[in-house]
Design a protein around this ligand. Structure first.
Ligand code: ATP
Length: 210
């Protein structure tokens, strides 16, 4: 249970007792702050792989950090960073997975689901956590050894955001266009109606498919 679970940009995360997996990992990669966004994406791949193996359902990934089943969110990921300009002190990557949740409050019931509600059977949270940690270690090591390329391939296979019209909101403005690619820094590439390509870095924006 979390009594004050949090999501991105000060949003809340509903984590009732005995139903989900909420887990944070502290990481100390020897990289610059600007190179950190792959960690959120590799976490999405690790959770998706673990869910596939343990629950037998295949979540889609919505750029940059949500996992969906039946178009609704089963997992959110929050990456926070403590850094100097040149050096990361540490990253904290938190996941909240709705596992056996059978009730969601009114304000999120249309956008949230659980492995139980979507898959029809209860799932062992311990098995899922164990598998997630194994998958995380595998993909993290792959990132450290070979760069982001192999993880990005896995991420793209599961992505449900690409090749679709989307709306992107930054704190100041809103853009609409076609989601054409995710580049090797993790940025979403949008083609606007007048043909211009614009890159959006995760962490600053909200995305909706149109
Ligand atoms: P989005 O892009 O979907 O607006 P986000 O990625 O910016 O969300 P997150 O940190 O992933 O934000 O999730 C926070 C949001 O998710 C909350 O504002 C709420 O709408 C929704 N939410 C809160 N708790 C849950 C939950 N247990 N399961 C699914 N969705 C939740």
């Amino acid at each position: 249970e979390q009594t004050a679970g949090k999501g991105r940009m000060g949003r809340g995360w509903y984590s009732p007792k005995g139903t989900g997996v909420t887990c944070s990992l502290i990481l100390r990669p020897a990289i610059e702050p600007g190179q950190a966004s792959p960690v959120t994406m590799l976490t999405a791949v690790a959770v998706a792989s673990a869910v596939e193996r343990v629950a037998g359902v295949s979540p889609g990934i919505k750029w940059p950090n949500d996992l969906l089943l039946d178009g609704k969110k089963i997992c959110g990921i929050l990456t926070e960073m403590n850094a100097e300009m040149e050096r990361i002190h540490f990253l904290v990557v938190g996941v909240g997975i709705n596992v056996n949740t059978d009730y969601f409050p009114e304000d999120i019931k249309d956008i949230a689901t659980s492995l139980y509600l979507a898959g029809g059977r209860r799932v062992s949270r311990l098995d899922l956590l164990r598998r997630y940690l194994m998958e995380f270690e595998h993909y993290y090591q792959q990132w450290m050894d070979y760069g982001f390329g192999p993880v990005l391939e896995e991420w793209k296979k599961r992505c449900v955001t690409l090749n679709r019209p989307v709306r992107i909101s930054t704190p100041r403005e809103t853009w609409e266009g076609w989601a054409v690619d995710v580049d090797n820094t993790g940025a979403l590439v949008l083609r606007t109606d007048d043909g211009e390509l614009k890159n959006f870095v995760a962490g600053e924006v909200s995305l909706r498919t149109i």
